[in-house]
Design a protein around this ligand. Structure first.
Ligand SMILES: [Ca+2]
Ligand SMILES: [Ca+2]
Ligand SMILES: [Ca+2]
Length: 288
């Protein structure tokens, strides 16, 4: 016969062992590859790409994993979505006209507009907080650079060009700075995080750490960055760092691979792509 107090104690121990203090939530649970989460400006919906339809398409879902909606429905690859600052439009990459280019559409998938017409690949678009520009990465694999396109005139200009690859431009909340990652100072071996000041055009190196640091996402107050990181001892994680590169905390630990963080607009959570047993899903975790 089970003693009631012993039984209660065992149950409490079991609850304590299974309760995750970090409150990691599976947003998607699907055998398909779900990647590139991007939080809507109102904090309610998460944009992402998935190949669950048999090819890559763009979807939105509530942050709690309910109300999945498919936005693009076509056989080409539609990828890497990001919201405009009002949450009414989406910028994304697609190869629907042959090679990967940058496009915009309304949040319901209507009114698709092609923005870029360049040789090579355009990827990782992100919309400026004032809505006027889209930053993107372009070039060939070993020589990628960052560019801005004027959404009205479609005029393109390079930003912070360097001889080694610069990738993944992300605007600070005030629009004055752009964070990105690069191997410009590490002989093409180690990804580090950099911040470009748009008025002075000065580029500041933020991380100086052995192991890749990549895919930065700004905190809504502009004081911190969430970055994907690989560490020989700690393994892979999403590190929250200040603008001096000091590590404040970690989320996204315990995955085979983890990347593409996106901070919630209220600053309380971080969404990211994580791989477990070969399967990529979108996760949300409490911000440190
Ligand atoms: Ca598609
Ligand atoms: Ca590094
Ligand atoms: Ca999945």
């Amino acid at each position: 016969m089970t003693h009631p107090i012993l039984y209660m104690t065992l149950m409490l121990l079991l609850i304590a062992a299974t309760t995750d203090p970090r409150q990691t939530q599976n947003v998607t649970r699907n055998v398909a590859e779900d990647r590139y989460p991007n939080w809507s400006p109102d904090g309610k919906r998460i944009l992402f790409e998935s190949n669950r339809s048999g090819n890559r398409d763009i979807y939105t879902i509530n942050a709690d994993g309910t109300d999945l909606r498919q936005i693009t429905r076509d056989s080409p690859s539609d990828r890497q979505p990001a919201w405009d600052p009002t949450g009414t439009s989406i910028v994304f990459q697609s190869d629907r006209d042959g090679s990967p280019e940058i496009y915009t559409m309304k949040a319901d998938g209507s009114e698709v507009v092609r923005l870029t017409r360049r040789a090579g690949e355009e990827l990782f678009p992100s919309w400026s907080p004032d809505g006027k520009y889209i930053a993107f990465t372009a070039g060939e694999a070993s020589k990628l650079d960052l560019f801005l396109i004027d959404v009205e005139t479609l005029a393109v200009r390079p930003i912070a060009p360097s001889s080694l690859r610069d990738v993944w431009a992300r605007w600070s909340p005030d629009g004055r700075q752009i964070a990105f990652f690069s191997r410009r100072d590490t002989a093409d071996e180690d990804d580090e995080i950099y911040v470009l000041d748009q008025s002075s055009l000065k580029v500041e190196r933020i991380t100086n750490r052995q192991g890749h640091d990549f895919c930065p996402s700004w905190s809504p107050d502009g004081k911190r960055l969430a970055v994907a990181a690989v560490d020989a001892v700690q393994g892979r994680s999403i590190n929250v760092i200040d603008l001096k590169g000091r590590i404040i905390g970690r989320v996204g630990t315990g995955f085979e691979r983890v990347t593409e963080p996106s901070w919630s607009p209220d600053g309380s959570k971080i969404a990211y792509s994580g791989r477990k047993s070969g399967n990529w899903d979108i996760y949300v975790e409490k911000s440190p």
